[in-house]
Write a new protein. Structure first.
Length: 115
């Protein structure tokens, strides 16, 4: 193992998700899933905007980054979002024309995965 320098990593601040349409991604994450839009700023180097969304009160955000040419978008990210009522959330998404998979296990809160 390498030598630790200073205090080391103390938190995960932002996880990036490549998307092909940032406005549509915001509509899904904010309008359907109910996350807050924390930041939306133009970033010329990325060819789009830097957009961060997060559940209310969360410290970790999800950045909806415009996918670079050759970068896969709309793929399994491994990110899991939790809700106490996945079926209602899935129904709301379907009513807005969005697809998603709600995974509930033994009555516990479920993960919602865009598909």
């Amino acid at each position: 193992m390498g030598e630790q320098v200073g205090a080391g990593v103390t938190a995960v601040r932002t996880v990036g998700v490549p998307v092909t349409d940032q406005d549509r991604a915001v509509e899904f994450y904010v309008g359907t899933l109910g996350l807050e839009e924390r930041l939306d700023a133009p970033v010329e180097q990325l060819g789009g905007r830097w957009i961060e969304v997060a559940p209310p009160g969360a410290t970790t955000t999800t950045a909806l980054i415009l996918a670079a040419p050759g970068t896969a978008a709309g793929v399994e990210t491994g990110i899991r979002l939790s809700t106490a009522d996945a079926m209602s959330l899935q129904g709301a998404g379907g009513a807005r024309g969005r697809r998603g998979r709600a995974v509930a296990m033994g009555g516990r809160p479920a993960d919602v995965r865009p598909s």
